[in-house]
Design a protein around this ligand. Structure first.
Ligand code: ATP
Ligand code: MG
Length: 453
């Protein structure tokens, strides 16, 4: 049964088994709760393996985000072993074992679903439900990428590789198990996972795994909008959002997720490419690197801003007043986006507040700035304005005025808001994103916003 050479042909029948002495995974690097779950399942006579991202990341010397366990115990049997266990998911039934805030996800080995009584449903090639259980060999082959199908066996601490994942880890290659097109059709989210892992690990996507990415984007339309929201947060909130965005656009997938934004990005404005989204994502990446908090509502405010802004400007041109124009623009863009990527209300409401505050940030006179600074969403709206200014789309002097206003004491604030500041409408891009000088708008912004400070 045991293959000894890494190049030996592998199949479900002949896995490569690497004994403890020959691999780098040590129990010292595995979460104590995952070890508890593995050991307890073993004690109860079940097979228990660490699998997925935990094994992959440990082999690569990264710190795993979470630890997933695979077992031959059914979800009900897992629940009988652990008091702190809940079964979740109907489409894909799993056991969650809770230890305070840490959750160890325990999945029963899935089979091929070939048996008549197997609980597996496929619609137009897409797996919509999979609770058909099977052997570890079958389980390995239904996983997505070879590098995600490595098992660490708690019974003897060996590594088991059914799909060539160890070799792909060694060479830095991301490869789907089986026929790529069929695997993407079974679950189109795998296209997003391909991009996510390629960015996160810096792996090259193997050509046959890569090719369908250019062609199958429309399948994303069949995925539940709430699942896409969760998947996109994983892609954009892990420190490589800009790279992810660029790859999504490269493969033509971004347009299937954010068609309005994609259409805006295809156009230039006054001969300058639109850099706002890239800058926003680069900024989010930097915050994550610096261990600063990031918020999904800010991310979505960035991702959808271009179409909102354009519609807003159209409505202003038609004579709609600012607050009403922003409200209407936001509603129209959200109504088109929500069926594709469903942004939960707890994020869409603050996202819309950030947009609604943009015209209000133009009002630098009287008591309004002091009132605005106390708004719970002021800081996010200000950060947003700074990004807009960096992208050359809002006035840098306005952003600077708000920076100074926040730092100023009471007397200075009074001076800044007295008389000098005039109410300004949002203005068109005043210079290219990289050009540091030249105000082509014909308005001396220093005069308008300095207010004598
Ligand atoms: P990370 O947790 O670091 O994001 P991961 O690989 O652990 O990465 P999870 O979403 O936690 O990803 O999934 C755990 C494992 O379950 C994966 O490694 C893979 O083996 C399997 N898996 C997850 N999603 C799919 C899918 N859509 N198709 C096939 N297998 C999947
Ligand atoms: Mg995981």
């Amino acid at each position: 049964m045991q293959a000894t050479h890494p190049e030996a042909p592998r199949s479900a029948q002949t896995p490569l088994i690497v004994p403890r002495a020959e691999h780098s995974i040590s129990r010292a690097n595995i979460s104590e709760y995952a070890l508890k779950v593995l050991c307890k399942l073993k004690q109860e006579g079940f097979a228990a393996h660490l699998v997925g991202g935990g094994v992959r990341d440990l082999l690569l010397g990264h710190e795993p985000k979470d630890f997933d366990v695979a077992t031959d115990a059914t979800p009900e049997q897992v629940r009988a072993v652990f008091r702190n266990c809940r079964l979740i998911g109907r489409r894909f039934r799993l056991a969650h074992v809770h230890f305070g805030r840490e959750i160890i996800e325990v999945a029963t080995f899935r089979g091929t679903g070939a048996d008549d009584d197997a609980d597996r449903h496929v619609e137009n090639g897409m797996i919509v439900r999979d609770n058909s259980y099977g052997s570890i060999a079958e389980d390995a082959l239904r996983r997505d990428f070879t590098i995600n199908a490595l098992y660490y066996d708690i019974s003897n601490f060996s590594l088991i590789d059914y799909a060539g994942g160890l070799e792909d880890i060694r060479t830095g290659q991301l490869r789907l198990i089986g026929d790529p097109e069929r695997r993407y059709r079974e679950d189109p989210v795998r296209m997003l996972r391909a991009i996510r892992f390629a960015c996160k690990l810096g792996f090259r996507v193997e050509p046959q795994t890569e090719r369908p990415l250019f062609e199958l984007g429309a399948l994303l339309g069949d995925i539940a909008a709430a699942r896409l929201f969760d998947e996109l947060i994983k892609m954009f909130h892990t420190g490589y959002g800009l790279n992810t965005f660029e790859k999504l656009r490269h493969y033509g997938l971004f347009g299937h997720l954010f068609p309005d934004t994609d259409a805006c990005l295809a156009q230039e404005e006054q001969s300058f490419p639109i850099t706002f989204v890239s800058r926003g994502l680069a900024n989010t990446d930097q915050r994550i690197l610096g261990d600063k908090p990031v918020a999904p509502f800010f991310l979505y405010a960035v991702l959808l801003w271009e179409p909102v802004r354009r519609r807003y400007e159209q409505l202003l041109a038609k004579g709609v007043e600012e607050a009403g124009a922003m409200e209407q623009a936001a509603s129209e863009v959200c109504a088109r986006e929500q069926p594709l990527v469903c942004i939960p209300k707890r994020y869409s409401l603050p996202m819309r507040e950030i947009w609604a505050l943009q015209p209000r940030l133009l009002q630098c006179d009287g008591k309004r700035p002091t009132r605005l600074i106390g708004h719970p969403r002021f800081r996010a709206a200000y950060d947003f304005l700074v990004l807009r200014a960096e992208a050359g789309e809002a006035d840098q002097d306005l952003a600077d005025w708000w920076t100074r206003f926040q730092e100023a004491d009471g007397t200075q604030r009074t001076t800044m808001t007295e008389g000098g500041a005039k109410r300004q409408r949002p203005r068109k891009r005043r210079h290219g994103p990289e050009s540091g000088s030249g105000d082509h708008s014909g308005v001396s912004t220093t005069e308008v916003f300095d207010g004598g400070a």
